[in-house]
Design a protein around this ligand. Structure first.
Ligand code: T3D
Length: 262
């Protein structure tokens, strides 16, 4: 299969597998465009109620394909601001802006943008053998894909700076203990466990889950007062959903709710 992103849809879950395993799933433009098209589909298609992102082979994602950045084969320096603007920033906006859960299974090395994409997902699990590397410092770059935003927020400045300035690998267990990801699991069960989680979320009250995601993200910049008002507005919206009515009815009838995502 030569597709740069493998896409499979079942039971409300859109599973996206980065698929350039011989490059540890480093991004070229083709893979960016394929992933974008799939995430746009997830935005638009109401039957998609959760997304699962993972990588093929032994790596999750090694960030930018440096083969496309060979300085020996170009006349002058590349405009990396342009590729950030055109590819990496839209990708992070798509993941964060999708009002459906995005779960991530980090199956191996997550380096450069690959690490920060994993941190942008809503719930990230990693195989115990996986490593997170802010590889940018090794090649003279700055963490991108939201890394300079998410690292200090999730870790505090001391750990964020140490990781970004040294590019030392962080193991999955420590990443979980530090609050960078949700949890580290045995390699053998990573995909099953993440798929089960995605399926559970996809069977959930999608509208309410999406609004919850939005609220938690807005808290990063809101005051408590603004957040209280936001919660009021979002609760008003959630209260109008069919899934809310179903959730309460199911509770009162002592049965399992059958959410439809509306
Ligand atoms: O440019 C812009 O548009 C700006 C945006 C930048 C975003 C970024 O992500 S910048 C950071 C780019 N990424 C890196 O610097 C990471 C480079 N990779 C590594 O440091 C290592 O590969 C890993 C630590 C991730 C894993 O190491 P290891 O020893 O497990 O594997 P390996 O042997 O290094 O890699 C296996 C193969 O994948 C190898 O190819 P080969 O020798 O078998 O033919 C290697 O060259 C290839 N590969 C790994 N990462 C990349 C890559 N090829 C191209 N680009 C990569 N990023």
């Amino acid at each position: 299969d030569t597709e740069t992103v493998l896409s499979a849809f079942a039971d409300g879950v859109l599973r996206l597998t980065l698929n350039r395993p011989d490059k540890l799933n480093a991004f070229n433009e083709e893979m960016h465009l394929a992933l974008r098209a799939e995430l746009e589909r997830a935005h638009q298609d109401p039957s998609v109620r959760a997304v699962l992102l993972t990588g093929a082979g032994r790596g999750f994602c090694a960030g930018q394909d440096l083969g496309d950045r060979d300085p020996r084969q170009s006349d002058g320096p590349p405009d990396l601001g342009r590729t950030i603007e055109l590819f990496y920033n839209p990708l992070i906006r798509l993941i964060r802006g999708l009002e459906k859960p995005v779960v991530c299974a980090v199956n191996g090395a997550a380096a450069g943008a690959g690490a920060n994409i994993a941190f942008a997902c809503d719930i990230t699990l990693a195989a115990r053998s996986a490593r997170f590397i802010q590889a940018f410092a090794r090649i003279g770059l700055v963490p991108d894909s939201g890394g300079t935003w998410s690292l200090p927020r999730l870790l505090g400045e001391a750990r964020a700076k140490a990781l970004a300035l040294t590019a030392e690998p962080l193991d999955a267990e420590t990443a979980a203990n530090w609050g960078l990801i949700w949890k580290a699991v045995d390699d053998a069960v990573l995909l099953d466990e993440t798929a089960a989680l995605a399926a559970r979320l996809a069977a959930g009250p999608t509208k309410g889950l999406g609004l919850t995601k939005r609220a938690i993200q807005m808290a990063a910049t809101n005051s408590l007062e603004e957040q209280l008002e936001l919660e009021r507005d979002l609760q008003r919206e959630a209260g109008r959903s069919a899934d809310y009515a179903e959730g309460v009815a199911a509770f009162l009838e002592k049965r399992k709710p059958g959410f439809t995502g509306r």
